[in-house]
Design a protein around this ligand. Structure first.
Ligand SMILES: NC(=O)c1ccc[n+]([C@@H]2O[C@H](COP(=O)([O-])OP(=O)(O)OC[C@H]3O[C@@H](n4cnc5c(N)ncnc54)[C@H](OP(=O)(O)O)[C@@H]3O)[C@@H](O)[C@H]2O)c1
Length: 290
């Protein structure tokens, strides 16, 4: 069926800068088409100085929903009327729902990561998790994992960020969460007791595709490894983990499931995961993840 844009078509989109390489239009338009929903999804390049105007535009044009990406995830908060509990805690939002002019903020990054793990056969409940990074995505993932994980260790290049976030999470979840410096020896040491490793730094991302924070010999078959970097689809860490016999979850999976949660918020329909995965991988020039 061809997508027909008409008078009643509802608009969703993603705002960010840069935005040209986003996979969201491919994923969401494929999903709208598959479910025969009268929606269209567009990408809008919005500079920092134009964020307020963009939010006014969302209200003025009655845009139903937006994904918000770099660099606006924190700055967008001040324009939103109502914030999800995790948005309040994280101080960042990646999804907005326009409910008759009231802009509601959500953060689906952490939930997306959790779904990506679970849907790929990894249940973090009671598990020992090593998380690399304490940037925006890492904080959202840590927040979601902290509720279920048995223990969580957050390592970051700037160690204070990891320590502050670990303290904040411990105050809420009363769990054993530690934060520290991301040195090779700390990664090696903490990996020995870990069941799940998540790379939530940008290390390994295009064009630095030959970089990884984890030496191949530290990886084991009984480890689950999720690298949230999705460009390239298979990072050096993912390749090394696969070669070591570990279970590997691609960053595309997190992208997919965070998008799926946003899709449900905007449309009220469960997202067609397979359709969205195929569309995202097609845009990345891949037929499948294996
Ligand atoms: N799959 C998905 O759905 C999804 C969603 C969001 C983001 N991502 C990806 O996740 C990555 C991080 O995104 P973000 O939004 O969290 O960015 P961010 O807020 O800028 O955080 C970047 C993180 O990477 C660390 N880092 C950067 N260069 C490093 C290096 N050379 N050595 C060690 N650590 C380094 C930073 O450490 P410092 O704090 O010490 O600088 C920080 O922890 C990006 O590649 C992004 O594309 C994927």
């Amino acid at each position: 069926m061809k997508m027909v844009i008409a008078g009643k078509t509802q608009v969703c989109g993603v705002i960010g800068d840069p935005i040209a390489h986003t996979l969201s239009p491919a994923m969401h338009n494929a999903a709208f088409k598959h479910l025969k929903l009268d929606f269209v999804f567009l990408a809008f390049k919005v500079k920092t100085a134009d964020l307020e105007n963009a939010v006014r535009g969302m209200r003025g044009f009655g845009i139903r929903g937006l994904n918000v990406t770099m660099p606006h995830k924190t700055a967008i908060i001040r324009y939103l009327a109502n914030l999800d509990a995790n948005v309040k805690f994280l101080g960042s939002a990646n999804t907005i729902l326009n409910d008759g002019g009231r802009l509601l903020g959500f953060n689906t990054d952490g939930t997306g990561a959790l779904h990506a793990l679970r849907e790929n056969g990894v249940n973090p409940e009671g598990k020992n998790v090593l998380l690399l990074g304490a940037g925006g995505a890492a904080k959202a993932i840590a927040y979601s994992l902290a509720q279920d994980a048995g223990a969580l260790c957050i390592l970051n290049r700037v160690p204070e960020k990891a320590a502050v976030w670990a303290d904040a999470l411990n105050r809420v979840f009363g769990k054993k969460i530690v934060g520290g410096a991301l040195s090779p020896s700390a990664v090696q040491k903490n990996l020995q007791d870990a069941d799940i490793l998540v790379n939530a730094t940008s290390v390994g991302m295009h064009p630095h595709v030959d970089q990884s924070l984890v030496a191949p010999q530290w990886l084991r078959p009984d480890l689950a490894v999720m690298d949230i970097v999705y460009n390239p689809v298979e990072t050096k860490l993912a390749k090394d983990a696969k070669a070591a016999g570990a279970r590997v979850i691609s960053g595309v999976e997190m992208l997919l499931y965070q998008g799926a949660v946003s899709f449900q918020i905007w449309t009220g329909h469960a997202a067609p995961i397979e359709v969205m995965r195929t569309a995202a991988l097609k845009q990345l020039g891949r037929d499948e993840l294996k």
